[in-house]
Write a protein that binds this ligand. Sequence first.
Ligand code: ZN
Length: 247
Amino acid sequence: MKVTIVGCWGGFPRKLEATSGYLLQEDGFNLLVDCGSGVLSQLQAYIDVEDLDAVILSHYHHDHIADIGPLQFARLVKSHTGSKLPELPIYGHRFNEGEFQRLSYKGFTVGEEYNPAVPITIGPFKISFLQTRHPVPCYAMRIEGQNHTVVYSADTSYQEEFFDFFRGADLLLMESNLYKGMDGASIGHTTSEEAGILAKESNVRQLVLTHLPHFGDLDQLVKEAEEKFDGPVTLAKSGYVWDGEKI
Ligand code: ZN
């Protein structure tokens, strides 16, 4: 499995970058996990819009879905100016019905419901879910490919339920929107220190800190996570590629 970080900022994109978006590739299948602000532009650095096979969304906050509309227009424009594209499935939960309805667009994209209690298969990936602690319904994902397992926290504050859910994964994409000592529980986000604890307790191979804050010294996030987790800790970066090997 190959993972490319398309965007990694929390809330809004830093100049010329993007908020949440992760491209997962295996056996020629291209899955986009979350589609935040700036993701559609950045995505085209790696694949053509026509080559996207599926999208899956953790929740419906702007910084995870803002580019769904532009993606729908892109599929429309490409279909009218090139060969007709297949309907692009966009997987989302149905606990915000109005948001879910907007995933379907004129035969160019179609909303596909996932029931978080039931694992699903999308292309070569088997995906299971765990509800996070966030102000709106939001789901972490455990994504298993042929040889590797990637876990994605989505947006959440700290919870011990992640210990088993993340257990033994090759890569943990963990939000770290806050620094050590800050109060994540009240706003539904995780600190760097908590990210380190989660990586340690679930015994993952590598921790990537993402959903980054727009304040402070980001290298400090890494140092604080490393105080808890002995494995490699990486700060997410636009264009960072993970191909199954430890960095
Ligand atoms: Zn959110």
